[in-house]
Design a protein around this ligand. Structure first.
Ligand SMILES: Cc1cc2nc3c(=O)[nH]c(=O)nc-3n(C[C@H](O)[C@H](O)[C@H](O)COP(=O)(O)OP(=O)(O)OC[C@H]3O[C@@H](n4cnc5c(N)ncnc54)[C@H](O)[C@@H]3O)c2cc1C
Length: 564
């Protein structure tokens, strides 16, 4: 008897699982079912189709050599039978059958299975707001959504994007590139919550605003106005004109089928699976956005729906369902996006996540060029490393900037996965030539500063903490140790200038009983200044992490320094 494998959901995870199952067990009868019209498409590419970066929607569902991944392709190339516009309405675990409804014909029928794979994915979260079903209120998930968004992206019209996460930002860029006036409304106090800590998100926000996008953080959409289509959006006391609303506040796992079938749902609300992607029923596997996974740093169950993970899990579920043996250890939450000219991403834990998980953390902010500073086209990147005090274990990296952040994230992803310490990270033998990095890559520099902090030699303070002290009128000295020329170009109004080279002779004029915060362009000189002051008997000195380069607040330009 041929083994019957049924896969529910034919996008990233399901298509991968079905293909891998057939390769693992060529005798198996593999059926891939999806309620939608399109299968195996790259939802990740939708914003680029909307912005016309990708000209033809078929490119999102084609192989690298241009063959469309449709039912015929799966039948002929993969040996998998595909049923589209067919919804699985129930799972009978006693009889080992799934019940299906062919939506066009309303025909109901059943399919027997020996092994079942759930790859039902996720759905955009739709907030419970009156009028949310008015026309021109869209989500970003399917090919149909992509076509609608493209059609509604009319130059000069206003778009309101609900949610300042990865999908919200990518969509904001796409609509702005189409000539729309875009507002992002984000409930949290920062963009990209969960991906970046506030000071790193501030760099992204600055860039997004500079592109003409209005950003309303700490704001909630409380009402939608309009009769035949959306016309306005209420945000707190404000009423914004909106010809188009895009709902991107996140996604929720599609667990209805699994729950109704009595399968275990995990603590995150997604389907619980073991390392073999097996659910609480040994005949049923799950993979992709519908299930939860392990976080390799915290050991906790997490729900991080990403295409990268869906594909890997699909392979594992497909292998095991077909009689093979594979496992998926977990994730560390690595994610990345491009928004306008900024690249931003994280791997491992943010500082906020690390603290929420009970870690005592040390952090470092390190801005630098992505290539040798003299090499044409070198662009800035800022790194933030989060490490555990005591062990020095690297818990996370965030990287933001116009330059290449991806390779730093990927190197750190490997380091974090293999539980590297700051010492080990600082010794990684990274590839170097001027077109690719500095001789001391920013990741290595950041790890070195981190080591100095972990062993108590360097004491840092973040730009956010400095801003808070300034706002609260704290009695401290903010000491700029850059050159007068750098200071004139751009400075922080409250800062006192003593260039590093003059610090030894001028430090006697500084009060020893006050806290001093030193800084320079990137705070390497700031750190040196800390050491000079300490050698002169100052005991309460810190340097501002990251220096002017990642100071996201107001600055003065062209202000000439007078000795104060
Ligand atoms: C705009 C956008 C950008 C993204 N960018 C990135 C990125 O840059 N990097 C990244 O890693 N990830 C990204 N993602 C996330 C990524 O697309 C998802 O993680 C991935 O699609 C998950 O694949 P999946 O197969 O698990 O689920 P889904 O893509 O949700 O597919 C599930 C499928 O199951 C079908 N289905 C559900 N229930 C039933 C049923 N009862 N019967 C039949 N069929 C059913 C659905 O029709 C659907 O086709 C992005 C997502 C979006 C929307």
């Amino acid at each position: 008897m041929k083994m019957k494998i049924v896969v529910i959901g034919a996008n990233a995870a399901g298509a991968k699982a079905a293909s891998k199952a057939k390769r693992t067990n060529p005798q198996a009868d593999v059926t891939l079912v999806d309620r939608g019209n399109f299968i195996s498409y790259g939802a990740c590419g939708i914003p680029y189709y909307v912005s016309d970066t990708v000209a033809d929607v078929h490119e999102l569902m084609s192989t690298p050599v241009g063959v469309i991944r449709d039912a015929l392709f799966f039948k002929k190339v993969k040996g998998v039978t595909v049923m589209t516009t067919t919804e699985v309405t129930g799972i009978d675990r006693e009889a080992n059958v799934v019940h299906l409804l062919e939506t066009a014909s309303s025909r109901s029928f059943s399919l027997p299975y020996d092994r079942l794979i759930l790859a039902t994915g996720s759905s955009p979260f739709v907030p419970a707001i009156d009028n949310v079903d008015l026309p021109n209120i869209l989500t970003v998930k399917s090919i149909e959504d992509a076509e609608l968004l493209k059609e509604k992206a009319v130059p000069g019209m206003s778009a309101c994007i609900v949610g300042g996460g990865l999908i919200g930002l990518e969509t904001a860029e796409a609509l702005q590139q189409k000539g729309m006036r875009v507002t992002i409304v984000e409930m949290r106090d920062q963009l990209l919550p969960g991906v970046l800590d506030p000071e790193m998100a501030a760099i992204v926000e600055k860039q997004v605003r500079q592109q003409g996008v209005t950003v309303l953080t700490g704001s909630r959409v409380t009402g939608i106005g309009g009769t035949t289509a959306v016309e306005t959006v209420r945000v707190g006391e404000k009423e914004l004109a909106a010809d188009l609303v895009v709902l991107a506040p996140g996604v929720t796992p599609n667990v209805g089928l699994a729950r109704d079938a009595g399968l275990e749902i995990g603590v995150t609300g997604a389907i619980a699976v073991d390392a073999r992607m097996c659910t609480s029923d040994p005949h049923i596997y799950a993979c992709g956005d519908c299930c939860e996974t392990n976080h390799l740093v915290t050991g906790q169950k997490v729900y991080v729906p990403l295409g990268s993970t869906a594909n890997k899990q699909g392979r594992v579920a497909g292998t095991n369902a077909a009689g093979g043996d594979a496992s998926f250890a977990g994730i560390i939450g690595t994610s990345i996006l491009k928004v306008f000219s900024i690249n931003a991403g994280k791997t491992g834990l943010t500082e906020a996540e690390a603290r929420a998980n009970g870690y005592r953390v040390e952090t470092v902010l390190s801005p630098a060029s992505d290539k040798a500073h003299f090499f044409p086209g070198a662009k800035p990147i800022a790194l933030k490393i989060v490490a555990e005090q005591g062990t020095g274990r690297i818990l996370g990296l965030q990287a933001v900037g116009e330059g290449a952040v991806d390779k730093r994230l990927d190197a750190a992803a490997a380091a974090i996965t293999f539980k590297a310490t700051a010492e080990q990270l600082s010794q990684l033998d990274l590839a170097y030539a001027p077109p690719y990095s500095a001789a001391m890559d920013n990741l290595i520099v950041a790890a070195d500063i981190l080591k100095n902090k972990l062993n108590g030699q360097a004491r840092g303070i973040t730009p956010m903490q400095v801003k808070k002290k300034l706002d609260e009128g704290d009695d401290f000295i903010l000491l700029d140790v850059r050159s007068p020329a750098e200071h004139v170009e751009v400075d922080i109004a409250e800062a006192k200038l003593i260039p590093l080279g003059m610090l030894r002779e001028k430090m006697e004029g500084l009060p020893k009983d006050k806290e001093i915060v030193t800084f320079c362009k990137i705070s390497l000189r700031g750190y040196e200044a800390q050491k000079i002051l300490e050698s002169g008997g100052f005991t309460n000195v810190k340097f501002m992490d990251g220096g002017m380069q990642i100071w996201p607040y107001a600055v003065r330009n062209g202000h000439r320094h007078h000795d104060r």
